[in-house]
Design a protein around this ligand. Sequence first.
Ligand SMILES: [Cu+2]
Length: 632
Amino acid sequence: MSPTPTHPLARLTADEIEAAVKILKVANLVTEATRFAYLGLAEPTKAEVLAHTPGAPFNRIVKALLLDLTTGDTKSVIVSLTNGLVERVDPIDTRTQGQAPILDDDLFAVGDIVKADAGWVEAMARRGLTDLDKIIPCPLSAGEYGFEGEEGKRLLRVLSFVQHRPSDHPWAHPVDGVVAYVDLIARKVIRLVDHAVLPVPQEEHNHDDPAYTGPPRTTLKPLEITQPEGPSFTVDGDEITWDAWRLRIGFDAREGLVLYQISNAGRPIVYRASVAEMVVPYGDPSPTRFWQNYFDIGEYLIGLQVNSLELGCDCLGEIHYFDAVLPTTTGEPRVVKNAICLHEEDYGVLWKHTDIFTNSSEVRRQRRLVVSYFATIGNYDYGFYWYFYLDGTIQLEVKATGFIFTEPYRPGNPYANQITAEIAGPYHQHLYNVRLDMMVDGLTNAVEELDAVRVRTGPGNEFGNAFTRSTVRLRTESEAMRDAHAAAGRVWKVLNPNRLNAVGQPVGYVLIPQAGPLLLADEGSSIRRRGAFATHHLWVTRYHPDERFPGGELINGNPGTGGLPAYAAQDRSIDGEDIVVWHTFGATHFPRPEDWPVMPVARCGFTLKPTGFFGRNPTLDIPPSAGHCSPG
Ligand SMILES: [Cu+2]
């Protein structure tokens, strides 16, 4: 028996997953062919959660997406665990609303489907590949191009790799010039694109083979983190307390780690934070690859792909692990041990001053609380790291590592960089969208855009040294589709107009973006419609409990309906309202030889920094480190 949830945002337990599936079975909504393409907690509204008092009853509602593998029939259902009833069944029109996400079942199915296709087998033979056991078909989300015969179909597009033996990493042996378009419901190849026979790279690049890496270097002595009195955080169920910080964790099959009710010294800052979507568009227009755009959250359900972490390897020091309980596609609960890592890290100097007039010399050390998880999606591994600092700063860092997607090196190809004698890494982007349901000192918030501005030489600025900061209030959703501007040091301040600090300014937190390229695909491209959220760094919308996904409810096969453009098209006021800030950030990746064969972690993210939230440096009472750096 799982413990009974005591908070409306508590994660679904194994018992609750089983109970939801049972209710659906009793309602005759589940057959042998049914797969649970999604199952998760339908969160209560913000008002319900904020009104909740400990011990008071609350409803438990589950949302699921049911897919019939034989017909493609897709339904969205709402189940009340509290009443033991199915409350809603909404059929999905897959032509306009998109398809259920890609399932593990689909990944296994495509291998059988392409290997049973005579045309595909012949295409492989033309490339000298006749041992089908050594060919690894790689099932990839199909995108939506309006091609004849594809409307409303549940599709994957399949590239292939060769694996010399079970311990050989196939990413070093991409097969180019051939791609199979697979209909997963009809279980057949509906189109085979075979446009160029290119040699398959043969050289092996196995980062886990000592014969390839060479013997381990001997220059490094052990480095251990010890906290003899234990960590400074406490954990009560899903709630974490550390120094002035308090927050609650959630974990969703789709979004992965979700943070709720982040507060500092009892003052709310963010009601809910999650990386709500990401897209990885590729820039190679070749007939084999023009469609490569992966939405790893909406299409592949990144939460389901979470890793089980190992002490001393993934996180160092005094670690608290949370297990994740996730549904399988057949509706059983699956426990992932050590899925979420919680620990503290030293982070260098917090503040320091040596005063020449008083002879005082003071230094304090910074530390941060880290809440993180890793997920593996095919060739890539993504780490999502939330940091909380002693000075009130919140930060998200996404770490991308693993194998880059490869293609055979073609001289003169302007869309990829050569990384070995035989292999090239195609140019691509990793663009994430974080949804920040803000609550800076309360529900009434607003956003200002702040730029550094040069002032022209003239009266009052005779010597031309003046510069200032411009402030533009973003009043409506249409005014709040904004882009970063690195040269102006542009930041966005989320403030509470009703709460003033000691000097009379509205309290706030500033969102500091890492300015970088937005979605580079051209106007009119399919991916620009489907990944429109990635065409601006900032969106701000009025809070609505149903507006959760930057790319829309169902991304797979969706032609580009719903999501942020539709939310913002309502053009509601966002000035002095309950608002949600959506921030696109990421990396544009021009692969290097050093990214091969396994890529050192590449980082990107953003920072939320208190700006007028506190009346002065909130860390003056941090004691000096014990021992030789005590004051004296
Ligand atoms: Cu990359």
